[in-house]
Ligand binder design. Structure first.
Ligand code: GLY
Length: 374
């Protein structure tokens, strides 16, 4: 179905303009579908606030289980990243830095080292303290680190910019910069009513990617168990002794090098939709980071911010069709892993819309898992 000029109809409406919504819109358009993308930036949205860490073996919910479909989804999405960024840059003209140097998960004490060593596997190997310092000389003399050679970080701000540029160049995507107030789904598709009182958006499918704000949309067939969890961060200038090459993950803080600065994060707090930072939380992250990167204790803060992660009770996304309304497709609740999972989520959304076999096992991500009797 091709949208007639001036009308608000399309094959697919994508609701939400964070990373998941933008990635889904681009993937759908690539597949030849006409897309209406509806949404606008919100203070505290998680996509620009994240540090861009790509850490399937640290941040998924079952890190030791390499055969677990959830872990495999995260690993497969990470594997897509280099090609995904290359093709996005080709289409958008925007380069997106990707750090593929690996991640150091540091153990501060011998007991932590013993625990971490048990995670050794195909994607992780142990480094004793001298080897850790050889590759990151600015770290404190820690008890050692598990090294994840395939992990790293993407510059998520550049990624958002590249997606927006690709969307601006795509003849198949129209971006309506307002919020969706209500969605009505029926047998033949969906209608989204917008907050600006503009023409309702009609489509055969609607993809719900509205992050922590999703439950503010009226008319959804079910309440989604998605809550905002605030992550506070700050950055310091990467100069002198404060230069870092690898993502470093510690028990109470993590560090992500990005260009001329190092990002330091992050809290995991229930604070409603309050996206402010607090001095106490930033001091606590700084002290957690200083335990393995001493220079941060005196480094000047160059920026501070917070984002609201869309978090589900099991920290897994909701990705799949609504069981009662197949025209409604969920792509939300990515919790701590939205940036990592975005490329594969986009491809899965395409398959859910077209009816093709999804490129990954989605059985753990169905919305019905929250309504089953236990
Ligand atoms: N994935 C890192 C975070 O959510 O803080």
């Amino acid at each position: 179905m091709t949208a007639p000029a001036g009308s608000a109809t399309a094959d697919v409406a994508v609701v939400g303009t964070g990373l998941i919504g933008l990635a889904a819109a681009v993937a759908l358009a690539e597949r030849g579908l006409d897309v209406l993308l509806v949404g606008q930036p919100r203070p505290g949205e998680s996509s620009p606030a994240g540090a861009g860490m790509l850490a399937p073996s640290l941040e998924d919910t079952n890190p030791g289980a390499s055969a677990d479909p959830v872990h495999q989804f995260a690993v497969a999405s990470l594997a897509r990243y280099p090609g995904y960024l290359q093709s996005l840059t080709d289409r958008s003209g925007v380069p997106v830095p990707l750090n593929r140097r690996g991640i150091l998960r540091v153990a501060l004490h011998a007991s932590e080292a013993d625990t971490l060593r048990q995670l050794q596997g195909a994607n992780a190997h142990w480094l004793d303290a001298p080897d850790v310092l050889a590759i990151e000389p600015g770290l404190a003399p820690v008890a050692g680190a598990m090294f994840y050679p395939t992990g790293g970080a993407v510059d998520n701000l550049a990624l958002l910019e590249a997606l927006a540029a690709a969307i601006a160049r795509s003849p198949r995507i129209r971006w309506i910069r307002t919020d969706v107030r209500a969605i009505a789904v029926n047998g033949s598709g969906a209608t989204c009513a917008t907050s600006n009182g503009g023409t309702p958006v009609r489509s055969a499918h609607v993809v719900l990617a509205a992050g922590a704000w999703v439950n503010g949309i009226a008319g959804l067939p079910r309440l989604l168990p998605i809550e905002p969890y605030r992550g506070q961060m700050f950055s310091v200038a990467a100069t002198g002794a404060a230069v870092l090459r690898h993502v470093v993950y510690g028990p109470d803080a993590y560090l992500v090098p990005r260009g001329d600065r190092v990002l330091v994060g992050a809290t995991m707090e229930r604070a409603g939709f309050d996206a402010d930072t607090t001095d106490e939380a930033l001091a606590s992250i700084r002290s957690g980071a200083a335990a393995f990167w001493p220079v941060v204790s005196t480094a000047t803060t160059t920026a501070k911010w917070a984002g609201l992660r869309p978090v589900t009770p099991d920290l897994l996304p909701i990705l799949g069709r609504d069981p009662d309304h197949p025209s409604l497709i969920y792509a939300c609740g990515h919790s701590r892993n939205g940036i990592l999972m975005a490329p594969l989520t986009g491809d899965c959304v395409v398959a859910l819309v077209t009816g093709d076999a999804p490129p990954a096992d989605l059985s753990a991500f169905g919305v019905a898992r929250f309504s089953r009797d236990t």
